[in-house]
Design a protein around this ligand. Structure first.
Ligand code: DQA
Length: 145
């Protein structure tokens, strides 16, 4: 089993980026934790980009491989119809896509209360720090057939 864990803009700055909101772990720390937590036959492909086009290409790659995706779209959550349309291809093919957020966007600025991704996501997990990723992967592992 391969699971893509895709991360949007500014998430490469975790560790030093607004630690009061996002915690002090880097994305590398989170990736290492996640990789250590999955069985040996599960491959996690953890990637981050600040580039919308690159994220869209990676989702296409997951569609072609029929691989589930854990996606933190970061700020693209709130306005990227391109990313939404890519995500829709995955879920319309019956492959799960779980939207995750470290913070709970609903407790924050009004512009963060809208997600253009949620409507095509299988589910959403937000507000548990890196635990949001862990819970998403746990779900995918539990439901794999
Ligand atoms: C985020 C929440 C978004 O609103 C924000 O733009 C991010 C990170 C989160 O993980 O809490 O960059 O997706």
């Amino acid at each position: 089993t391969t699971i893509y864990v895709l991360n949007g803009p500014n998430l490469g700055r975790l560790g030093t980026r607004e630690p009061e909101v996002y915690g002090s772990e880097t994305l590398e720390d989170i990736a290492a934790e996640l990789c250590a937590s999955v069985p040996a036959d599960v491959e996690l492909v953890v990637r981050q980009s600040d580039d919308e086009a690159e994220l869209i290409r990676w989702i296409h790659e997951a569609v072609d491989r029929r691989a589930p995706v854990v996606l933190n779209p970061a700020a693209f959550t709130h306005y990227s119809y391109g990313l939404r349309d890519a995500a829709a291809q995955l879920t319309s093919a019956g492959v799960p896509l779980i939207e995750v957020h470290l913070s709970n966007p609903h407790t924050r600025e009004a512009f963060r209360h809208t997600s253009v991704i949620s409507g095509v996501a299988t589910g959403v997990i937000a507000g548990f720090g890196s635990g949001s990723y862990r819970l998403a992967i746990e779900h995918l592992l539990r439901s794999r057939g």
